[in-house]
Design a protein around this ligand. Structure first.
Ligand code: G
Ligand code: G
Ligand code: MN
Ligand code: NA
Length: 253
């Protein structure tokens, strides 16, 4: 179990890092962005995300502190890219609990201003299970993010599909992307029902679609044939430490 002390001290001691998984325009093979994935340095020096770390951080009440570090680090990273003329979006995962942090948007805007980055280059990934459509506060927050020019993507989309109530509401939410959950992509091309449904919802709502967890060329080709062209997955790259991500980016550019 990761304790509060370990997490707060880990932040102080530089034990956290954001690794980057490339997001690809599969039509051209070009890198168009990255998802930031949190890693923590282990006693043996390796980096991973302990499977219970996010849940623990939520339970012991330090997820907002950790989330703020992630925001700050993301803004530093974007500022560094933008100073070097690298125009990529950075997608950052958010815990549903952070959606209840009343100061979250103000805090984010301060970082964006301080680092002088383009707000639209930052994408916040929220999970569908956060059921934002059912909370006035979360709706408010989405609206504020929208007004600040920050994009929002629905992560792991499809997992909560059984909730029809939610589906109806989501069409009117200020979000710009949906990410099709890896479990549906891995069922392609044999079982395509779910992805077809998601793709048609996206088409109706005019949202960008990102397909996660693409591992095979057959999956990529199936998606491309249905105009789903933004992809992320081991077929292209695993999440990479920053230096390696830069090399990946420049080797393709
Ligand atoms: O690479 P992967 O093992 O990183 O990620 C495992 C899970 O942890 C994913 O569901 C991902 O969304 C989540 N995750 C990764 N980084 C972060 C982060 O910075 N904040 C939050 N809240 N979740 C994250
Ligand atoms: O929940 P979220 O989508 O944020 O989590 C991303 C997770 O998916 C990370 O743990 C990341 O390492 C993992 N991931 C990314 N691409 C692939 C893939 O192609 N196959 C598998 N099995 N996992 C992947
Ligand atoms: Mn994600
Ligand atoms: Na996901």
């Amino acid at each position: 179990l990761t304790q509060e002390f370990d997490i707060l001290q880990g932040i102080e001691e530089g034990k956290f890092a954001l690794w980057l998984q490339p997001q690809i325009d599969m039509r051209s093979g070009e890198v168009i962005g990255a998802e930031a994935l949190l890693r923590m340095q282990q006693p043996d020096g390796s980096w991973c995300l302990p499977s219970d770390l996010i849940v623990n951080a939520e339970e012991i009440g330090v997820i907002n502190a950790l989330g703020r570090w992630v925001f700050e680090e993301s803004c530093r990273l974007l500022a560094d890219w933008q100073q070097r003329g690298i125009e990529l979006t950075l997608s950052v995962n958010l815990s549903p609990i952070q959606l209840r942090d009343a100061d979250m948007v103000t805090h984010l805007r301060e970082h964006i201003d301080r680092h002088n980055i383009t707000p639209g280059s930052l994408v916040l990934e929220i999970t569908e299970t956060a059921q934002v459509g059912e909370s006035d506060h979360a709706l408010h927050l989405l609206q504020a993010l929208h007004e600040a020019g920050i994009s929002v993507a629905l992560d792991d989309f499809g997992m909560g599909y059984a909730n029809l109530n939610w589906l109806n509401q989501f069409k009117s939410l200020p979000i710009s992307k949906i990410k099709i959950d890896r479990s549906f992509v891995s069922a392609l091309p044999d079982d395509d029902t779910m992805v077809r449904i998601v793709a048609s919802i996206a088409a109706i709502s005019k949202l960008d679609v990102v397909a996660e967890g693409i591992e095979t060329e057959a999956q990529r080709d199936w998606l491309l044939a249905r105009d789903i062209y933004i992809g992320q997955g081991y077929l292209y790259s695993e999440p990479l430490p920053r230096g390696q991500f830069d090399r990946y980016y420049f080797s393709l550019g």
